[in-house]
Design a protein around this ligand. Structure first.
Ligand code: ZN
Length: 424
């Protein structure tokens, strides 16, 4: 394969545009590329040839003819390499090896405690990556990129967690440098909710929507925002941290962030578990008391299961959580006017009570114009949403302008060794 060296800016822009069209399945022929990118025939032909030469695009059988010579179909060579991704939750690790378009080739998961700190947790990730690399058919060479989702705020530019409330020891920890040193691959880190939003947007229920809010109700609560067809991370990467919006008039519960009356301290999974356990101890719910006797603690999942059997206390806990999440979302809807809200995360996956209550509150409390065509749906990707989203996140960075520029210059997907990339 030839190494033509760096491309001028304009050529690089065209290369990114042409690759995105083919990679995301929007254009399947040179004619479609010319029409959709508004680049000249000559430029499109040249960029397509470069992508074919580099093994990222293949030319297949002629497509349907519209008169004259039938166009040859172009497709993304998603098996040209692979990605390694990890979705770190408060209590679990999910890892996967995927194709370059995020299809899962191998998946492993195990319980974990994020509060054990970065060394212990990332050692486990290394071990699981190693098992994937040796146990997954068709993986060869090094990963083209590595993507990690974490349950806390991330400064996306430097790939570091910043003051994450439930992740002691992770503040400023150089996750990117650690993985780059070990694997020699470019590494991106983002928070778990952005990763979920990207997964739902590219491969799930949010496909085709340009303005979407994806809310994750897990142990905590957070939101990922797709705005005008792009993930909106905000100035520092903290956009969508809705779990710490204060609920006016709520009871004075202290949040893990140190403030009082935060949404997630009232309606997150940890809050449901706490309130469910109290109902069990005070004898208000026989079903939750049974769960407490069995396991020594009540989880949010126990509350959801009890509610699905019609337990009135558990139902009321989920409905109250749904009303509080809905009240926050009504404000978001008036401010942002999304066409779709997706409710995901472990708590939302189990049962309908919470979703129904969110819906009812949002429609009642938002302005009619903002809710006229608003859909509120459950996450469609289930437990694999995190790793699928992490793959989308890294593929988008790998094939974005900066990533592709390093690629073209060196002939391989290379890590960013500049100051911005390694956060010296
Ligand atoms: Zn808080």
């Amino acid at each position: 394969m030839g190494q033509p060296g760096p491309l001028p800016d304009e050529a690089l822009d065209a290369l990114v545009a042409v690759l995105d069209e083919i990679r995301l399945g929007r254009s399947r022929s040179r004619a479609e590329l010319v029409e959709r990118t508004r680049l000249s025939r000559g430029v499109v032909a040249q960029r397509v040839s470069e992508l074919i030469e580099r093994g990222l695009v293949v030319e297949g059988d002629p497509g349907p003819s519209t008169g004259g010579r039938p166009p040859r179909q172009l497709s993304f060579q998603a098996h040209a390499g692979h990605l390694l991704v990890a979705d770190l939750g408060a209590t679990s690790i999910d890892v996967a090896a995927t194709t370059l378009d995020g299809r899962i080739l191998g998946h492993l998961d195990e319980p974990a405690d994020i509060a054990a700190g970065p060394e212990a947790v990332l050692d486990r990730v290394d071990e699981l990556f190693e098992r994937l690399r040796t146990g997954t058919r068709g993986l060869s060479g090094r990963a083209w990129a590595i993507g990690i989702g974490v349950p806390g705020p991330v400064e996306f530019r430097t790939g570091r967690s910043i003051s994450p409330p439930i992740m002691p020891g992770w503040d400023g920890y150089p996750v990117r440098e650690r993985f780059t040193a070990r694997y020699g691959s470019p590494v991106w880190l983002d928070n778990d909710v952005n990763v979920l939003a990207l997964g739902e947007w590219r491969s799930g229920v949010a496909a085709g929507h340009d303005n979407v809010v994806v809310v994750k109700v897990g142990t905590g609560i957070g939101a990922g925002i797709i705005s005008d067809g792009r993930l909106h991370r905000g100035a520092q990467g903290a956009a969508g941290d809705v779990g710490h919006i204060q609920i006016v008039g709520a009871r004075a519960v202290v949040c893990r962030c140190g403030n009082t009356g935060c949404l997630e301290a009232l309606a997150g999974g940890a809050a449901l578990a706490r309130d469910g356990e109290e109902a069990a101890r005070t004898g208000r719910s026989a079903r939750l008391a049974a769960a407490l006797d069995r396991a020594g603690a009540v989880t949010a999942e126990d509350v959801a299961i009890a509610a699905s059997f019609g337990d009135p206390v558990a139902l009321e806990l989920l409905q109250a959580a749904g009303r509080q999440i809905g009240a926050m979302l009504a404000g978001v809807v008036n401010f942002f006017n999304p066409s779709l809200i997706v409710i995901g995360g472990g708590v939302a996956r189990s049962g309908d009570a919470l979703l129904a209550s969110v819906r009812e509150t949002v429609y009642r409390r938002s302005l009619p114009l903002a809710t006229r065509d608003l859909l509120i749906q459950r996450s469609s990707l289930g437990a694999l949403a995190g790793v699928m989203g992490a793959a989308v996140m890294v593929a988008d960075e790998l094939f974005a302008r900066d990533g592709l520029a390093r690629w073209v210059a060196t002939g391989v997907p290379a890590p960013d060794m500049t100051e911005a990339g390694s956060a010296a």
